[in-house]
Design a protein around this ligand. Structure first.
Ligand code: HEM
Length: 177
């Protein structure tokens, strides 16, 4: 690419940050994963569990609403507990990445994802809590919280995916590769 070609790219989109000091600072630090198992970022391996459990909770609540069978009430209680526990575990790995890797820490997108994910964990905790207090709290409160949890699962997942696919976070795990 010639210098003239480079001039056609908006400054904030240039890999070297152009002359914008903020973008240059963001681009100056590598984003390789610090919490990885044989080169694979552990957080990315763990996030499937809260996503699947949160979706399973909503499905169980809808089946309970539809059939009135208390079996689905129990499924929902265990599924949301699983979503919260696996979400906290994934969140610990994610938070370690965020705090330890400067290239992740300096990106605004990382904090957007973290805030969406922490909000999701709070909703999952509330959803589990209302059912632990009283198993009959599924309709309407549990179901409402399950819908809200799915919305925030989508938001957190979308922003997590942007970190990987738009910012290349965790893709280069070893300078030798
Ligand atoms: C609570 C604090 C969390 C923090 C600070 C955090 C941070 C991160 C970071 C730094 C990445 C980039 C990949 C990596 O370095 O491993 C990432 C990716 C991702 N995160 Fe989180 N995360 C958190 C919780 C969650 C939760 C609860 C979910 C579940 C919805 C989630 C879903 C994702 C997804 C789907 C990706 C993309 C993974 C891929 O496609 O490879 N994160 N997160």
């Amino acid at each position: 690419m010639t210098e003239t070609d480079k001039d056609q790219i908006p400054e904030e989109e240039r890999e070297d940050g152009g002359t914008n000091p903020v973008m240059a600072e963001v681009g100056a630090h590598d984003t390789q994963s610090a919490i990885a198992l044989v080169g694979h970022p552990i957080h990315a391996m763990m996030v499937h569990f809260p996503i699947a459990f949160a979706a399973g909770t909503l499905a169980a609540d809808v089946f309970y609403w539809w059939t009135g069978d208390p079996f689905w009430q129990r499924v929902g209680l265990w599924a949301v507990g699983g979503a919260f526990a696996s979400g906290v575990a994934a969140g610990i790995a994610g938070t370690a990445e965020l705090l330890l890797v400067k290239g992740i820490r300096v990106r605004v997108a990382s904090w957007t994802h973290a805030i969406a994910a922490m909000t999701l964990l709070s909703i999952l905790a509330a959803n589990w809590g209302v059912r632990l207090v009283d198993a009959d709290n599924v309709l309407p409160h549990g179901l409402g919280l399950s819908v809200l949890a799915m919305i925030f699962t989508g938001l957190a997942g979308w922003h997590g995916g942007k970190l990987v696919f738009d910012h290349g976070v965790g893709i280069i795990v070893s300078p030798k590769q």
